[in-house]
Design a protein. Structure first.
Length: 144
């Protein structure tokens, strides 16, 4: 299916998955892909710049890339040795940073903490979130 919002099967797959891969590109066209935790509120995907062992400033490549191009792709996939059970959802769209204090930041942090209990002990309220607003969603395979 191709659309800017997921159908029921895609939404269930998105909600059930625990991790995705965020692809960004810099102004020169150099790609970068990293695994992320995310939450989807029905309109946007949110991923924090959390407190795992890495730098929490704007020098992170994905943060720089989002600032430079405002574009990103998120792939959420499922792999098994039984290839009849493979599936993925691919979301392309506008990416931005949602800074603390901006509308929606508090609600997104609450959603992230509900989905990932590990975030309850982290100071997400003081860190930016990467947002992805879908423009196109495609899927393939067994999303069931």
């Amino acid at each position: 299916m191709t659309d800017a919002s997921p159908d029921a099967r895609q939404r269930a797959f998105i909600d059930a998955a625990r991790v995705g891969r965020l692809a960004t590109v810099d102004a020169r066209g150099e790609p970068s892909v990293v695994p992320i935790c995310y939450v989807y509120d029905g309109a946007r995907f949110y991923s924090p710049i959390d407190e795992k062992p890495k730098r929490r400033d704007v020098t992170l490549r994905r943060v720089r890339n989002v600032g430079q191009t405002g574009r990103a792709t998120l792939v959420i996939d499922h792999y098994e040795e039984d290839w009849t059970r493979l599936g993925w959802v691919l979301i392309r769209g506008r990416a931005a940073l949602l800074e603390p204090g901006q509308p929606g930041h508090v609600a997104a942090v609450a959603l992230l903490r509900t989905r990932y209990p590990q975030y309850r002990a982290m100071a997400l309220e003081s860190a930016p979130l990467i947002t992805l607003t879908p423009e196109r969603i495609r899927s393939w395979g067994d999303l069931g």
